[in-house]
Every structure is written in C-alpha cells, then in structure tokens.
Design a protein around this ligand. Structure first.
Ligand code: PEP
Length: 256
C-alpha cells in the first residue's frame, strides 16, 4: 500500500451469513476489538436485511456499512433485486459488484457488472469492483488478459471523475474461501497490472489514486505481508471478517 497516494480500505464481505441480531452482536464485539484510529477505512458489506442493524450498531464507530450487490435499474419489475437509491436511503456508502460468486452462481457477466457499477457510482456509492482469474486461467498463463478485460469492460462509460468512487478488488477465484492465498508477489503483480490498465485509460495520476485491494483468504496471519506491497491497498475479506479478533488484526496490519 502507498498511503501517501491513496486510501487503504479493509472491507469485510459477509456473504450469506449473519441474521440481524447476530449482526448487532458481532459489530458490538468489533467495536471493542478494532483500533480506535485505524490507518485505513473500515467497511462491512452485509446482507441487505442486516443493513439497518449494521448501521445502528456501527453508529459512532469507525465502521462504514456496505451492501453486497446492487441492481442497475432505478426501479421496476425486478423481483428480488435492490436499487442504488434503496441502498443510499438506508445509509449505505459502499457496494460490491462482480464478486466471483455472483459471476459463478447467478449469471453475472462483465456487461451486467458494468451496468451495476455505473448505477452505484451515479447514486454516490463507492463501488468495490471484483475481478480475478480462475485457477485454469492462471495455469494457462492468461491471468493478465482475463483481469485486464474484466477491468476494461466493467469501467465502460466511467470517466475520470467517476473513477474516484471506484475501488478494485483483485480476487483470484482459486483463493476465495479455499484457504489458499496468492503470494504477496502474485498479488502485487496483478494489482500492478490493473493499475497499468487504469493508467492507459485515465492517465498515471488518476491511476495512482485508485485503491486496489487483494481478496482471497486474507487473514490475521498473512495481511501484513500482503499489505506491505506497493500496489496492494487493502483487502476484501470473507471468512475472517466474521471473527472480530481476526478482522481487527487485519485492520491493525494497515497501521504498519
Ligand atoms: C471474498 O468473499 O471476497 C473473499 C475473499 O472470501 P475469503 O476471504 O473467505 O477467501
């Protein structure tokens, strides 16, 4: 990370875990374990039904609340979906788009990810865009091509001003929820490729300002090493964000 040039952001992704009452209990516990003045932004992206409980419990703390997805239309006949305006009115500040689980299980494509990202940014949300290669793609040596393409398509119609509301999370799919972590060198290599894609489109200055996280089994034990890399500006944390002590240690690692 390079805290002189950009924000470090540690964000939890709770996935389909925690009820509202469990949300209140976990955030109350986190308020006792998290550093009072972290060197990073701390975000919890929670299931839609937990947003109200998360907002209430997080009030007055360093924790900001995010959602795990957003629909691209403003309203209408989209049963089961949630709009950006619904999120902002609930006090949500961040939203994840393009998580590999959405791509894998719910038919999300680079095009729909682009539309969701646009809707989120236009509504004033900070959007965490997930990109990352499958194991087979890494083995074929096409990680750079896959991640660059995902990034380029997702950022279609996003101008330099809108880019200020975008965080990119490099999440190698083979490392998510598997206990396998990319080495810090692998994470740095791909995060720096992503920054190169941004520099080509927006210029070097704008690219240097973008927070690029690593995600994939980041935990209390490996966070400091991953965050020590110049282009790794934080983490998107699944499993370890459900444990107050572990999540606090990851946040502390940004104080190094
Ligand atoms: C994630 O859900 O984005 C993630 C990185 O999960 P985990 O940390 O559990 O691998």
């Amino acid at each position: 990370m390079n805290q002189a040039k950009r924000r470090t952001v540690i964000a939890g992704n709770w996935k389909m875990n925690m009820t509202p009452s469990q949300t209140t209990a976990l955030i109350n516990e986190m308020k006792t374990t998290l550093p009072a003045e972290p060197a990073c932004d701390v975000v919890l992206c929670v299931p839609f039904v937990d947003i109200a409980a998360a907002k209430a419990a997080a009030e007055g703390s360093v924790i900001k609340v995010g959602a795990e997805n957003v629909h691209f239309e403003e309203k209408g006949a989209y049963t089961g979906e949630i709009s950006a305006q619904m999120l902002t009115e609930c006090g949500v500040e961040y939203v994840i788009v393009g998580h590999s689980e959405r791509r894998q299980y719910f038919g999300e494509t680079d095009d729909t990810v682009n539309l969701r990202l646009l809707a989120g940014v236009k509504a004033g949300l900070t959007v965490i865009l997930c990109v990352g290669e499958l194991l087979g793609e890494r083995e074929k040596g096409i990680t750079a091509e896959i991640v660059s393409l995902q990034t380029k398509v997702a950022l279609r119609n996003i101008d330099a001003d809108m880019l200020k509301k975008v965080i990119i999370a490099y999440e190698p799919v083979w490392a998510i929820g598997t206990g396998l972590t990319a080495t810090s060198d692998q994470a740095e290599e791909v995060c720096s490729i992503i920054r190169g894609v941004l520099a080509e489109k927006y210029g070097d200055d704008a690219a240097q300002g973008v927070t690029i996280q690593y995600g994939g089994s980041m935990n209390a034990g490996n966070a400091a090493e991953l965050l020590s890399k110049e282009n790794v500006d934080g983490g998107l944390i699944g499993g370890a964000s459900l444990k107050a002590a572990d999540f606090a240690k990851i946040v502390e690692a940004s104080n190094q």
